[in-house]
Write a protein that binds this ligand. Structure first.
Ligand code: 9MR
Length: 504
């Protein structure tokens, strides 16, 4: 019954072609000008004007290539749209026509050319393409010429439709199915959080979110402001949270937990952070200065989030990927070079000092089941546990459908669980080599086996988080690694994860 209702809703949505700019949710637009101008107007500072005969729209009197028929569209940032325009011109043997978008943010207008086509005199020609808007305050789609500033032309049969039309919110909910065992989460980026349809779907499936990139040091360190501070105090660092904010706001508004990723990492951290005056050509600072910069960074993240988002962030990756793949030792990085091998311990010390009492502090790494890395990770964890500042270990789990062996995953989990730490699977995805039934089945089987193992550790497992939602937006999109395909349709892997919980 629920399924039937959602199909009817989806059908009604797909029928509501005519959208106006007042609509909160833009569900698509089609026009053949039967109703007149339908919101289209001439973009021109000269004498360009529009006329319509109830089938097409004609622009005449142009004096610049940007003079165009244009219309306001209430597009949703992060949603992929397919558009199609039929165009015709009679004034030149050949002319290039182009669909473009004008958008503005805080009053500043900018433009993108989306698709073009070469049009022979008198021949209706289709210009089509796809467009996924970033966040702007408004959008105008328009048709202009590449050269030929003064020709007249016609447009008709216009369609601007979301590519992902149906998010099936009647699907069984993973977060509900796994509620007795652990949280189910996913990584998101800013453009996705503006997509209301996607987020409605996401919040039905998942109860914890992680920023894919926007809470990393390179997003939060304000280098120009830090340079100013360094004139007076080399230990000071200036932060900005403009990138982290949209997802934090979403979580706060919708009562969804957030796992913070990440405070200290060798990657996605500007090299200038480690240098005198934050100058890319400056010398590296000394250990004590860097320890203070690290402490000031961590302190300000917690001050900002505690003041503005109390209770939203339940856990943090304090340090990411500090152990080398070979040798069971720490990887060489700016952190080890400037501070030394105890940088991980100090990061946890500072995180504990400033984090709210209930916030769980994690060390997070990949390739955990592989020796000698596993032993290196265990040694590091032992030293952190001895200092009392760590709560948990995050298994990234960027796997393939054939590796690592599930038995190796279980073994690694057992070794770390035996230390009494909380566990989480922090960044799961399982790549396959091709998009076909055989591979999708192998992928599904591996998801099921691994989730069965995660369930064995349920008493210590806080969360399992997928590194993304749909395959097309994954950092490994060529390997189709997630539970939902590019149209947000559940894959066999989704059914397998459902099955693992049901058969527990
Ligand atoms: O998914 C992230 C991708 O968009 C970034 O380009 C990449 C840059 O390093 O980081 C990816 O996320 C990583 C995560 O932060 C830490 N573990 C490995 C993830 C995949 O590379």
């Amino acid at each position: 019954m629920k399924k039937l209702v959602s199909l009817i809703v989806a059908f009604l949505l797909s029928c509501s072609f005519i959208a106006t700019s007042e609509e909160a949710l833009f569900t698509g637009y089609e026009s053949n000008f039967k109703k007149g101008f339908d919101g289209w107007y001439a973009r021109s500072t000269g004498s360009a004007s529009l006329e319509t005969n109830g089938t097409y729209l004609k622009i005449t009197g142009r004096d610049s290539s940007w003079n165009s028929p244009g219309r306001d569209f209430n597009l949703m940032p992060g949603t992929k749209y397919r558009f199609s325009f039929n165009v015709k011109q009679n004034d030149a043997d050949q002319a290039e026509l182009m669909v473009s978008v004008a958008h503005s943010k805080n009053g500043i207008e900018s433009y993108e050319n989306l698709a073009k086509a070469s049009c022979k005199r008198g021949v209706w020609t289709t210009i089509s393409g796809e467009y996924t808007p970033n966040a702007y305050d408004n959008y105008i789609l328009y048709v202009e010429t590449v050269a030929h500033p003064d020709i007249s032309f016609l447009i008709k049969d216009i369609s601007v439709m979301p590519a992902n039309t149906v998010y099936d919110v009647s699907l069984v909910s993973l977060k509900e199915l796994y509620a007795p065992y652990f949280d189910l989460g996913c990584a998101l980026n800013n453009s996705q959080v503006y997509n209301a349809n996607l987020m409605n779907f996401v919040s039905g499936q998942f109860n914890i979110i992680t920023h894919e990139n926007e809470f990393k040091p390179d997003s939060c360190i304000d280098l120009p402001e830090s340079r100013k501070l360094a004139d007076q105090d080399e230990t000071a660092v200036a932060l900005k949270f403009t990138q982290a904010k949209p997802i934090l706001d979403y979580c706060q508004k919708n009562g969804i937990k957030l796992h913070g990723h990440v405070l200290v990492w060798h990657s996605q951290t500007p090299d200038s952070f480690f240098r005198k005056g934050y100058d890319p050509n400056g010398e590296y600072v000394d250990r004590d200065t860097m320890l203070k910069r690290m402490e000031n960074y961590i302190r300000q993240v917690f001050e900002y989030t505690s003041a503005n988002y109390p209770g939203v962030i339940v856990s943090w990756d304090v340090v990411n990927e500090a152990v080398a793949d070979a040798g069971g030792v720490l990887r060489k990085s700016n952190w080890t070079n400037v501070i030394g091998d105890d940088f991980v311990n100090r990061a946890f010390e500072y995180a504990r000092k400033y984090a709210p009492e209930e916030t769980k502090l994690y060390y997070n790494d990949y390739n955990t089941p592989l020796e000698p890395k596993l032993t290196g990770i265990c040694n590091l964890l032992d030293s952190l546990i001895a200092e009392g500042n760590i709560d948990g270990y995050g298994f990234q789990a960027h796997y393939s459908a054939t590796s690592p062996a599930p038995s190796a995953v279980r073994n690694a989990m057992q070794r770390i669980a035996d230390k009494g730490l909380l566990l989480r699977v922090s960044e799961m995805d399982i790549g396959i080599t091709a998009l076909n039934d055989v591979q999708l089945k192998i992928q599904a089987d591996r998801y099921k086996e691994l989730f069965e193992i995660f369930l064995e550790f349920a008493p210590q497992m806080e969360a399992v988080q997928l590194w993304g939602v749909t395959d097309d937006r994954s950092w490994r999109k060529d390997e189709y690694p997630l539970l939902f395909d590019e149209k947000a349709r559940p894959k066999k892997a989704f059914d397998a994860v459902v099955e693992a919980a049901k058969s527990k």
